[in-house]
Design a protein around this ligand. Structure first.
Ligand SMILES: *[C@@H]1O[C@H](CO)[C@@H](O)[C@H](O)[C@H]1NC(C)=O
Ligand SMILES: [Ca+2]
Length: 130
């Protein structure tokens, strides 16, 4: 962080996980609740075109994907739209990978925190779980 007197803003976006290395690193750091694993939202979605997944901060489809077996399945429950958002989920053996889910599900988020300082642009600061 510079000490300039320029304007800056902090903003937070659901995280993009663009590599296996980042994914592995992140999964090791995910908190448990009462020692139980839980799912977390990440910033990946196919809201614009079914089956084509984008990170929130990109205009090209995501390249690195880490789907679990049978995912994504756009599984339809009561929601006729299907599942257009993505979680890091878990298996009973403790392994984790990604699955598409109904965007309205209430689980925790993995976010990226940025500091934007004009005219330097966007700088990724850290990953946070909220
Ligand atoms: C854990 O279980 C999942 C789902 O059955 C399976 O795909 C995965 O290979 C298992 N992982 C390990 C490390 O056994
Ligand atoms: Ca979908």
């Amino acid at each position: 962080m510079t000490k300039s007197k320029g304007l800056f803003a902090v903003f937070v976006l659901m995280a993009a996980i663009r590599s296996a290395a980042l994914s592995t690193d992140l999964i090791l750091k995910l908190p448990t609740e009462n020692q139980r694993l839980q799912p977390f939202w990440i910033g990946l979605h196919d809201r614009d075109e079914e089956g084509v997944f984008y990170w929130l901060d990109e205009t090209q489809p995501a390249k690195y994907l880490s789907w679990g077996p049978g995912q994504p399945n756009n599984f339809m429950r009561e929601d006729s739209v299907g599942q257009d958002c993505v979680q890091i989920n878990y298996w009973s053996n403790g392994s984790r990978n990604w699955g598409d889910q109904d965007c309205g599900e209430q689980v925790r988020y993995i976010c990226e925190k940025y500091i934007m300082s004009s005219p330097l642009g966007k700088k990724k600061q850290s990953l946070v779980v909220t």
